[in-house]
Design a protein around this ligand. Structure first.
Ligand SMILES: [Zn+2]
Length: 283
């Protein structure tokens, strides 16, 4: 199989669904999404997990909106959030921009709409008019889920105004947790690695990039790389709720884990972050 980024030959990875490119370090997974399919009861767990992540997301979304603000002119007004989910990024971005969200999960999208957010239900770019242009297009934890990423990048180019800004916020393969998960997988502990790829969740990850191979791919779609920034993947807020989703844990063990992690957060923040936000200008 050819590498999506560099056209080199990919190799079998740690599992039969995982592959990697030895030349550019791009990684892929053969995992199929099942959004909106009946019986996806795990969806509920995922929504709960998302809620548990809210305080971390809110912190990071503020940083992203600040970053966007510094990179666009005052005249930039229209912002599109692809995969807007609960609408938390729209909440933050709407303080500065006229926002539109696109969300394929009907139940999630309708909940955001009930809060008055302008969310279109369906897939990007199908729910947009071809003539609709945006000054900023943002993918928060979305691009790594899209199998045909080349189509998504091409569509982003087409729907951006001249000099428009593309913002990709995604997990990176050079982050400390991803590396630890890989080591665990080599020692036959599969859980953390499967979790990083969101295997068996309705919308698993199908790509893992680092900044270098991501830039190489996005540049091919006539974008100029601007800045990238690492974001925190851990926050003390919501930590207890996140740990609860690991499974049935005795309360003493749960609170002990929570305490240890809280103490470790300042140290972990010194390690290579697992989340990056990369920005690109349409050429
Ligand atoms: Zn490659």
């Amino acid at each position: 199989m050819k590498c999506l980024v560099c056209d080199g030959s990919t190799k079998a990875g740690l599992f039969d669904w995982h592959r990697f490119c030895p030349s550019c370090r791009y990684e892929s997974a053969d995992l199929a999404p099942v959004i909106n399919e009946a019986g996806a009861h795990t969806r509920v767990d995922e929504l709960d997990r998302e809620v548990a992540l809210k305080s971390l997301r809110a912190e990071n979304f503020k940083v992203i909106v600040d970053l966007i603000n510094r990179l666009v002119p005052v005249s930039a007004k229209r912002l599109l959030d692809v995969g807007s989910a609960h609408g938390w990024f729209l909440d933050e971005a709407s303080k500065r921009f006229d926002v539109v969200g696109v969300e394929p999960d009907t139940a999630v999208a309708e909940r955001a709409r009930d809060r008055g957010l302008p969310v279109r239900i369906g897939y990007f770019p199908d729910v947009l008019n071809q003539s609709e242009l945006f000054d900023v297009i943002v993918f928060n934890d979305v691009i790594e889920h899209i199998p045909d990423i080349n189509r998504a990048l091409q569509a982003s180019y087409d729907q951006l105004s001249p000099d428009g800004l593309l913002v990709l916020n995604l997990p990176r393969s050079s982050g400390v947790f991803y590396r630890i998960a890989k080591v665990c997988a080599r020692f036959n502990w599969h859980g953390p690695f499967e979790r990083m790829w969101q295997k068996d969740l309705p919308s698993p990850h199908v790509h893992y990039f680092n900044e270098k191979n991501l830039d190489a791919l996005v540049t091919r779609h006539r974008f100029q790389p601007l800045q990238s920034r690492h974001l925190s993947s851990l926050s003390s807020g919501g930590l207890l709720e996140r740990l609860r989703f690991v499974g049935q844990v005795h309360p003493v063990a749960l609170y002990t884990q929570c305490l240890i992690l809280r103490c470790a957060i300042p140290f972990l923040k010194l390690m290579p972050s697992d989340i990056v936000v990369c920005t690109y200008r349409k050429r």
